[in-house]
Design a protein. Structure first.
Length: 360
């Protein structure tokens, strides 16, 4: 049996309010000084802060005293129509009708219409399944445009009592009578950890770990940067360890191909920190056929998005359409995506490393 607890933004104020407490799991509502309402889910080892009425975005995450979230100039979320106006979060849902960084031939916003979209409803689910007790936050957006798409989407976050890994979900249904184009990326922005090692079930070869050669409009290249891209095209293993932070200003993007999977059809990647712990991501390539890596360490943003599960690459709609990377949902068709991610203590890091080694 699952209990449903409706959430309302009017309950969010300067004083944090407890909405639910069930053993090690709890939920509280509050409002940032910027006016953005938020939901804090806690368990025995940490917390995630969600923006239930703003794209279902995860603003921050921390477990065992370790902050998982990218560094930026945003110390709190701000009311925004596009993600660049509040780019300091742990994770957002990129898409859904358009995705990536628009090129000159594109008309869509960077990362699509969904990251900061207003949600019409939000609620908590408290229950138990085969994996044990859980607390889940769910939001709902019913998007409809005259002479355009009509869909219903449900972003979600699922936390369990003693775990430092949690599930990020997105379900979408095409409510239109016509097929709907779908481009989705689960954009997880981990903290940059100097000296950390990226562990993946694929070799760091030019064929399997491919540097992006296209330079997006927001990057101002110089000869040194262009020379670095050429070197990385020949030797992507240079970026296996984050021991050249200055080389990530401007950003570097890679596409990782042919990731090994386990018996359940999931792949696993990890950023192993010098402290011996790490950050982990697991997902099914059948849901996410593309894996993007985005690393940046400039004076204003430091982020190690070492694995961005996606249905497409982030080159903008027109380029991805030409590549055949734009998925279609038939009328009344549904798609569901799940990513398990979060913190790994030293013991869990060792286990994840052994698992990844068995898949490579």
């Amino acid at each position: 049996m699952t209990a449903i607890i409706p959430l309302h933004p009017d309950l969010c104020g300067e004083a944090e309010k407890t909405i639910l407490a069930a053993g090690a799991l709890s939920a509280t509502l509050f409002q940032y000084r910027t006016g953005v309402p938020a939901l804090r889910l806690r368990n025995a080892r940490g917390e995630v802060v969600i923006l239930p009425w703003m794209g279902g975005m995860i603003w921050s995450a921390a477990f065992d005293g370790v902050n998982l979230t990218m560094a930026s100039g945003f110390d709190a979320p701000r009311p925004a129509a596009t993600i660049a106006e509040t780019y300091g979060c742990f994770a957002f849902h990129s898409g859904l009708l358009r995705n990536g960084v628009p090129a000159a031939e594109d008309e869509h916003a960077a990362h699509g219409e969904f990251p900061c979209a207003p949600m019409q409803r939000a609620w908590l689910e408290l229950g138990e399944d085969d994996a044990g007790p859980f607390l889940r936050a769910v939001s709902e957006r019913d998007y409809v445009m005259g002479f355009g798409a009509h869909y219903r989407a449900h972003p979600s976050v699922t936390l369990r009592p003693e775990e430092t890994l949690f599930d990020i979900g997105l379900a979408v249904e095409n409510l239109s009578g016509k097929p709907m184009e779908l481009m989705y990326m689960c954009h997880i922005n981990f903290a940059f950890a100097a000296g950390a090692r990226i562990v993946q079930p694929a070799p760091f070869t030019p064929e399997r770990t491919v540097v992006r050669r296209a330079v997006p409009a927001h990057v101002r290249p110089n000869p040194d940067y262009l020379a670095l891209i050429e070197d990385l095209a020949r030797n992507p293993a240079r970026m296996e360890r984050l021991d050249e932070p200055q080389r990530y200003d401007p950003e570097q993007v890679f596409y990782v191909h042919g990731l090994g999977t386990d018996a359940a059809g999931e792949t696993h990647l990890m950023l192993q920190r010098r402290e011996g712990d790490g950050f982990g991501i697991s997902y099914a390539p059948a849901q996410f056929p593309h894996t993007v890596r985005w690393i940046m360490a400039d004076p204003d943003q430091q982020v190690a998005a070492f694995a961005l599960p996606s249905t497409c690459q982030p080159e903008g709609y027109a380029a991805e359409k030409r590549k055949g990377h734009v998925r279609e949902l038939p009328s009344r068709g549904r798609a569901a995506f799940t990513v398990r991610t979060g913190y790994l203590d030293s013991a869990a890091t060792a286990r994840m490393g052994a698992l990844i080694s068995s898949l490579g």
